[in-house]
Ligand binder design. Sequence first.
Ligand SMILES: [Zn+2]
Length: 390
Amino acid sequence: MPAAGLPFDKMGVMRASRVLQLALLGVLAMTPAGAAPKKAKNVIIFLADAGGTSTLNAASIHGYSKAQSLYVQGMPHIALSDTSTNSAWVSDSAAGMTAIVTGVKTENGVISMGPDSVRGKKDGKVLKTLLEEAEDHGLSTGVITNVNIADATPAACYSHANDRRSAGEIFLQVFRPKYGNGVDVVIGAGRPAVYKAVKESGEDLDAVAAAGKRQVRSALADVPAGELRPIVVTNTEPDVPAAARLAIDRLSKNKKGYFLMIEWDAHTDNPQKGLNNLVGLDKLIREIAGTVNLKETLLVFTADHSFDLRVRAGRKDEPLLKGLDEWKEKTAGKKPAYLDLPNIRLFGSHTAEEVLVAAEGPGSERVQGFMPNTRIHEIILRSWGWWPGT
Ligand SMILES: [Zn+2]
């Protein structure tokens, strides 16, 4: 029976329009502004080598005399990442970075090959890295480090080897890519060591580079303005912020997007240097977050493993590293495995506890809770929309 005495036909029209209205409301409710699947065009990984949570704590105090003053400590999405390897609780940079960029936990010393590798003896399964995924999809790619460019962390992005010590074999893979045209921007240190290692592999680095119409430059200042794929291998530590600015300038010319990994070593065997490096990396992240478009650029900060440094005492009005000069005098000529200052204690080794993952930009909301380091790989692929089935 029609209600309110309305004729049947009018009631039918009213019902139909109400149904349409409700359906539209439903669609709108499912896709409010901003809830459309967010995809990243560009991804930048900032890697503080050995920059665990206790080192972040110390770096904030060292740099700002204040807790939680680092940019990464204010990023909107954070998680704690397990860095254990396939078989060990404590990771080195090779296994740690391999897990992050390939999604597979392997063995210490192994560069982007599976746990079926035997270090120095047998190749394992070659694992496709995030950098290679980006190359495969036509994006531009880059790797920056303040240490040797063939060292484990950068190597895990662009190469595959059963032993991190095979620097010649590793660096030559810059010129022999499996996907796309290979890594586009390469900036790091270790020039004499890299040239020597390549020579020991029976090749001449400059000749290999020239055959690929590239040049291995020795300083950032030598890179011509128009060069889109610079390779810079310096004698001393490169200026990481200057390298990052140069890399982003070149990589962002690709309309499809880019992948960039920036490593800044935060080992604190030398606590002053390690903590300064971490404060420097954090400042760089703050700068880049303020210059790139965060609607299309995913920023991820993490460490490959933690380090045994602890703040164990100290007043808020005194320098964290007080007593360091006296310690250096006292231990001159010796090489103690530990450092014992009034406010800091450290043993020169990696440790197993979880490290921070902090992120912002499209897809960063997936960074949450306790998670394995391999999930960083999944989160980045999902952000790009390349995770299988998404
Ligand atoms: Zn490391």
